[in-house]
Design a protein around this ligand. Structure first.
Ligand code: F6R
Length: 612
């Protein structure tokens, strides 16, 4: 969602901030703005609906000069995307500016309280913040104290940056709750603030992730932190990313690049954790005693979107590998139920970003109830990793395409390892059984590469099927979440209507949709459920439907049953979702490209969803 970037130092700030914002474009946005504290001592604000490139073109030959700036990409919540609603927002004097991520839940009441002496220029909830700051500054406070007081007046979760012409050389940043992160980047004689790492990586890898309640006072040479009104120490950490890893290179799209990086992502997730020689799984950030793990009676997995689909696959792992009762739910539903959980529940949250508001809220609820928590996460230093008792990082590097791909397959792999580890620590997996689980995972990166090597067939399929407007995806057992994800990928990047169903459900309604214009994508795995899937395919064919089957190498009978087939190599039943997911990603990508869609930044979508 909204992107935040700020700079204070010796260089011209506006181009740095706009460049940083362009590296956050993947988060999703509809308007953009920058405020520069000019050398003349005035604040100059430039903002508009549209893309960063539009603003940069507008500024050509008249860049505001100044060594300090804050910038924002907005994803509209209150007030439509428009020039006026774009951030930064100023107070009445125009000397104080604010950018914000989150929702001021009590903004109407605050507007009323601010009264007639404050003039508002937008429909946003955010605009109350500079006006509250203006009032608080009148009480003789400095900007940091005024922001501390202001944050206490706001309801909801927020990430805020503010600067004032009356306090040159300072940017103040605040994080309250789970409205997305704020990262401070340390340069030499210059410092940065951003909502996410890609904006910082061209300049520095030394960063501090703000904690809930933190205020950072950022100057060119120093950064001070406080929390709850008291100074606190935050030591910078070095993040293991480099700017090259977030560049598109020769690929046309990040999504294409990230699909191609999946064998490596799986390998990196396994590396150093699966000990093939000793048939053990040891997870460096899951240091939970066997007795605590032994006290767990059931597992609840939560996530949203693609991460929920990974969690649905993870449920099979906990049941079948660790032999533990497991259930899975959408985090935003689970958090508003009255889930009966306690210290004997393990909550496994799955989140690429580690900043998804509903997933964090579910974790918060689990914390209140005393649950043990492990998170499967890609976002180093993210809020989810700070809340959980254990972490399995997916080690994918940054994922820039809005549609998750490599982090999805890595999350499935991580869940598999976690179930193996917990089963091992609870003493229910002996060495021989563990060997049986580890043997196929050793081949997984190579087999994923094999599927990618067959990508040309996918391009042909996409060529043929890109004209259809509705698709049905069917799968059974562990491939039910796989088809849910296949349908999600297709709809989010190509705007085609697609539904994923457990194939057994087909006759209970979806079969009414079958006709020659609604192609059906069916995953046919080996084993007990194969015959059932073949029956489903027959039923579709009997109604003149068109079937694209995703099957396992050697299942030649599929050629006769389906209209088109795509084969993946054989692996264990439990790990097969990793391989069957790849053709669906490629299909969605190729169809979207053929339809001319903006694959990396699909309309209305945001990479990190920090509002409900
Ligand atoms: C879809 C996609 C989203 C995310 C969802 C959760 O391709 O990426 O559905 O999976 O917004 O985000 P995280 O995983 O960051 O919690």
């Amino acid at each position: 969602m909204c992107g935040i970037n700020g700079y204070v130092g010796e260089r011209e700030a506006a181009p740095i901030v706009l460049d940083g914002l362009s590296r956050l474009e993947y988060r999703g946005y509809d308007s953009v703005g920058v405020a520069v504290l000019q050398d003349s001592g005035e604040v100059s604000i430039h903002k508009r609906a549209g893309k960063i490139g539009d603003l940069s073109s507008e500024l050509t030959d008249r860049w505001p000069t100044g060594k300090q700036a804050i910038g924002h990409t907005r994803w509209a919540t209150h007030g439509k995307p428009s020039d006026a609603n774009a951030h930064p927002h100023a107070d009445c004097t125009g000397r104080l500016v604010v950018i914000h991520n989150g929702i001021v839940e009590n903004h109407q009441e605050l507007r009323r309280r601010l009264g007639d002496e404050h003039t508002f220029a937008s429909e946003t909830d955010t605009e109350v913040i500079p006006h509250l700051l203006e009032n608080n500054l009148k009480d003789g406070m400095n900007l940091a104290d005024a922001l501390t007081k202001t944050m206490n007046q706001l309801e909801g979760a927020h990430a805020v940056l503010a600067m004032s012409a009356d306090e040159p050389g300072v940017i103040v940043a605040a994080r309250a709750g789970n409205a997305g992160g704020i990262v401070v980047g340390y340069g030499r004689g210059e410092n940065y603030v951003a909502s996410d790492l890609p904006a910082l990586l061209p300049h520095t890898r030394n960063v501090v992730f703000l904690d809930d309640g933190d205020i950072a006072v950022v100057r060119a040479k120093t950064v001070e932190y406080r929390n709850g009104g008291r100074p606190v120490t935050r030591e910078p950490q070095e993040v293991p990313y480099d700017p090259v890893s977030v560049a598109k290179g020769n690929y046309k799209h990040f999504m294409q690049k990230e699909i191609g990086e999946q064998p490596e992502a799986i390998l990196d997730t396994i590396r150093g954790r699966a000990n093939f020689a000793e048939a053990r799984v040891d997870l460096e950030d899951v240091q939970i005693s066997p007795s605590r793990l032994g006290s767990i009676k059931r597992v609840v997995l939560v996530g949203m979107g693609t991460s929920l689909h990974a969690a649905m696959i993870g449920r099979h792992y906990f049941e079948r590998i660790a032999r533990m009762p497991a259930e899975v739910d959408n985090a935003s539903e689970w958090r508003y139920r009255e889930p009966v959980v306690g210290p004997d529940t393990l909550l496994v949250s799955v989140s690429q970003s580690g900043e998804t508001v509903d997933t964090l809220a579910a974790m918060e609820l689990a914390r209140e109830r005393g649950c043990l928590q492990v998170t499967i996460c890609n976002g180093i230093g993210s809020q989810a990793t700070r809340m959980a008792d254990g972490i399995v990082y997916t080690r994918c590097g940054l994922e820039i395409g809005v549609a998750s791909t490599k982090t999805y397959l890595a999350a499935i792999t991580a869940l598999y390892l976690l179930a193996c580890h917990i089963g091992q620590e609870r003493g229910i997996i002996d060495r021989e059984r563990m060997g049986g689980y580890l043997e196929p995972i050793a081949h997984l990166p190579y087999l994923a590469g094999e599927v990618l090597a067959r990508g040309a067939e996918q391009e042909e399929l996409a060529h043929e099927f890109a004209r259809f407007d509705n698709f049905l995806f069917l799968g059974r057992g562990i491939h039910y979440p796989v088809v849910m994800e296949g349908a999600l990928k297709l709809k989010e990047v190509s705007y085609i209507h697609a539904e994923g169903y457990p194939a057994g459900e087909m006759k209970h309604g979806p079969i009414a949709l079958i006709d020659p214009d609604v192609p059906v994508v069916a995953v046919v795995q080996k084993g007990d459920l194969r015959a059932k899937m073949i029956n489903n395919i027959e039923q579709v064919k009997a109604r003149e439907g068109t079937v694209i089957a995703i099957g396992v190498d050697g299942d030649d009978e599929l050629e006769e049953k389906a209209d088109r087939t795509f084969y993946v190599p054989e692996t264990s039943d439990l790990l097969s979702p990793v391989l069957t997911s790849i053709p669906m990603q490629l299909f969605a990508y190729n169809v979207a490209v053929r339809r001319g869609c903006d694959v990396d930044q699909p309309r209305n979508l945001a990479k990190t969803v920090t509002v409900e």
